[in-house]
Design a protein around this ligand. Structure first.
Ligand code: SF4
Ligand code: SF4
Length: 480
């Protein structure tokens, strides 16, 4: 790390005098005509001003609220003084994709939600500042490529999503020779195929992958572990294996009519409309159609906004709880509203109705009310008797979330232990029941945030390093 300039004390820490500002956002009528990102960067003066609102808490709640425990007040102080490159350097110390996480994190639930400055004042705009300092450094070529002498050990990473990329980054910086296996043709996982480009441009993902390539990480795309190459082969060729294969088995719509023509899963729809290459998926045409999206998470918001950009004439989100209990990011909810999506809360489908050709014509729903909290702490919805409504629709997108994809029973991956929900079990070192095989991200925790996958990838890399430098040599020397 370079020598950082000492704080000058000139940053004003002026949260009372300076109002929070959000980064420039394209007007809704402009942005719905393309898939480009909707937010741009603050100018330098505004970044310094906004960063100077931070009061530099002695026990910063924002750091606790960030899953990566980013050193937020420290890089805010540097940004407030105009030391953007040093601020970026500090932010890279705890994050493997500090230009990507701020684009996709629900900050209001994480760092900014934890910031001590809140109602009636607004928190420091931590995400926008993190994005700025890292884009500033990248634009100036000031992100060093770590080229470390090889330590003679090799690791296979299975899955090139955020967890796999973070694990690969950490290990290659420690001198491991890392090969990433990816079943799709382009690395990035959900960053490339799931999250729409209007939130995360695909060139941003490609730029991060290119940094890893220049660092020496090798990618083998279009290869599925468990089908094209088995686990035992990887264990023979590599000293350790990390599984970061996500949780992409969609939860199904289980009502009469779910099999009608015009009912689709949300994720393949998003992949088809957002991936920078053609995909071998059945085309889903929404142009001129009334689209109903079922669900209330981020995938539902992404489906609504993608359908609008693809020419749907109506987009309606049907969700069984209320706004306060909706899991999706508030920022993306308001963005969807601005772009023309409508929401029907406390509503749950009972059946999909169709015509004689078997095509969707409507969704029959019940209105709901909220009862006692369930195990997740959210209030459990229950049907209001006699409250049925029928909502006309031409196309349904189901966004009910995901489960881990079961390991194929015929593959040797199936000897990896999973829990009752199909999630891979790991120990405190991120290792599965198979020695030398580690796992992290959604395949372990179930569907979660990009920033959680990055954290898991970092933890697994530390676990792999411990295993290969301390545990495995000790085990080998103990053998007769
Ligand atoms: Fe906030 Fe996410 Fe950045 Fe952490 S990684 S500081 S939670 S935007
Ligand atoms: Fe600054 Fe808010 Fe973090 Fe305190 S909690 S250090 S005010 S960003």
């Amino acid at each position: 790390m370079s020598q950082q300039p000492p704080p000058t004390g000139q940053a004003r820490y002026a949260w009372r005098e300076i109002e929070r500002r959000d980064p420039p956002k394209r007007a809704a009528e402009d942005r719905v005509s393309d898939f480009h990102e909707i937010y741009s960067l603050f100018d330098e003066a505004t970044i310094r001003e906004q960063a100077s609102r931070c009061v530099q808490c002695a026990s910063p709640a924002c750091v606790e609220g960030c899953p990566l425990n980013n050193r937020i007040p420290e890089w805010l102080a540097l940004a407030a003084e105009g030391h953007f490159l040093e601020a970026a350097e500090l932010s890279r110390a705890t994050s493997n994709m500090p230009e990507i996480c701020p684009r996709v994190c629900p900050q209001e639930k994480l760092c900014e939600g934890a910031c001590v400055i809140h109602s009636p004042e607004e928190p420091i705009c931590i995400g926008a500042i993190e994005k700025f300092i890292n884009e500033y450094a990248l634009a100036r070529g000031a992100v060093p490529i770590h080229q470390v002498s090889p330590n003679g050990k090799t690791v296979a990473i299975v899955g090139a999503g955020p967890g796999g990329l973070a694990c690969a980054d950490e290990l290659s910086k420690l001198g491991y020779t890392v090969t990433v296996f990816e079943s799709q043709l382009l690395p990035g996982g959900l960053l490339m195929y799931g999250i729409p480009a209007f939130k995360l441009e695909k060139t941003v993902v490609q730029r991060r992958v290119n940094i890893l390539k220049r660092q020496g990480v090798q990618f083998k795309a279009g290869l599925t572990v468990g089908r094209d190459v088995n686990l035992d082969t990887l264990l023979k060729e590599f000293d350790a294996v990390f599984l970061g294969i996500g949780a992409l088995k969609p939860k199904l719509l289980d009502v009469p009519g779910a099999g009608l023509k015009g009912v689709y899963q949300g994720l393949p729809f998003l992949a088809q409309k957002n991936a920078p290459i053609g995909l071998d998926l059945p085309p889903v045409a929404v142009k001129g159609k009334r689209v109903i999206v079922l669900g209330g998470g981020d995938t539902a918001m992404d489906c609504l906004r993608t359908a609008i950009r693809c020419g749907a004439v109506e987009t309606l989100c049907v969700y069984r709880r209320d706004l306060a209990n909706m899991p999706g990011s508030r920022k993306e909810y308001y963005n969807a509203l601005e772009e023309g999506a409508r929401f029907m809360f406390l509503t749950n489908p009972l059946a999909i109705e169709g015509n004689t050709s078997g095509e969707v014509t409507a969704v029959r729903c019940a209105r709901m009310e909220l009862g006692e909290p369930d195990a997740s702490g959210r209030r459990r919805p229950r049907v209001v008797p006699g409250s049925e409504v029928t909502l006309p629709a031409d196309l349904i997108l189901v966004a009910y979330g995901f489960d881990p994809v079961p390991f194929p029973p015929e593959s040797d991956l199936s000897r990896i232990a999973v829990n009752e929900w199909g999630a891979t079990k790991t120990d405190a070192n991120s290792m599965t029941n198979v020695a030398g095989v580690f796992a992290g991200g959604d395949v372990v925790r179930g569907p979660s945030l990009v920033v959680h996958a990055v954290r898991d990838g970092r933890r697994a890399a530390a676990g792999i390093h411990r295993y290969l430098t301390e545990m495995q040599p000790a085990r080998a020397s103990a053998q007769p």
